[in-house]
Design a protein around this ligand. Sequence first.
Ligand code: EPU
Length: 349
Amino acid sequence: MINVIEHADLQPLNTFALPVRARWLVTLTNTEQLPDILALPQFERQSVLWLGGGSNILFCADYPALVVRMANRGIRLVADDGVQVIVEAAAGENWHEFVQYTLEQGWCGLENLSLIPGTVGAAPVQNIGAYGVEVQSCIEAVQCFDLESQQLCWLSRNECSFAYRDSVFKHDRQGRYVIVAVRFVLSRSFTPQLHYGDLAQVATELAQGQPLTASIVAQAVCRIRRQKLPDPRVLGSAGSFFKNPVVAAELAESLLKQYPTLPHYPQPDGQVKLAAGWMIDQCSLKGYQLGGAAVHEKQALVLVNKKQASAADVVALAEYVRNCVAQHFQVLLEPEPVWLPEVLPHAAG
Ligand code: EPU
């Protein structure tokens, strides 16, 4: 028996804490409930929203259809050859708790991705990444429920077509596959990835002369994140609000002539990723507030719910920030969270 809540409050279910409602809400705690959910009269494949931790979503209005909150839990060891392990986690597991669990078992690989809000099932969708690591490097396969065949299936890492904040789940598979579990391949030996920003320095300080471990790197990541990024339980946000733009080498070169300190990261394909937070910061927008929404004072790439922001406040602020950056740098920023409905037009091309 599936409990359907009408006009459900979504404010506690989105980390931006926007005051919106779902026409109907159900909570999935076990994949065996899927056939019953599909049989609900309120279920419509094209309009249903499969919701994880609500940390990468911007509700611009009430959601006019069924929302299914993925809350299935469970972690199990699938294989262990003494060198690597394969561990499977259900989509509804909390991401950070899962990362901590793997580190407690001595399994390495996810330490740089500590403290990212959201669920395990949402991690592959936007290929979460931080401090020089993207989750794709540890994903073996993603288990999905295929809404067409109504069967469970596995997509290999290759089939997921991972890229920077992108995957197949944002494109052709959107609306067909519901992620129900993820298998990770983790290592029993530790290979530190410390090249990003001041991570090496903070981790070395924390190690206090002792050998570095994955848990120490995780602590360093948590420390850096807590200094810069808002705790969504205290200050609503959706993490980075824009993607770091990846631009042609020629544009990057001309921008760097004008702004030699613009942080930039050359990509394997010759393009260059630019630090959007730096550009927003250069527009003197840190702390800038419109209605209840504001640019975070410590990290300009993050927009926050300063004081009972409405969705309209956030949209107006995002447009303002985007226009300022476009005027200064001739770069159009793309939103990072999913907007429902999509309000800010995407850049052409
Ligand atoms: N910067 C500024 N001012 C700012 C913000 C950034 O000058 O207000 C500069 C920093 O000093 C640094 C550069 O811009 O030189 C990059 O900043 P930072 O290291 O804080 O990272 P980011 O590029 O702004 C990305 C991810 C974050 C992730 C960090 C660390 C995206 C869209 N965001 O942010 O991910 O935690 O790197 O790896 O790629 C998220 O996706 O929600 C998220 C928080």
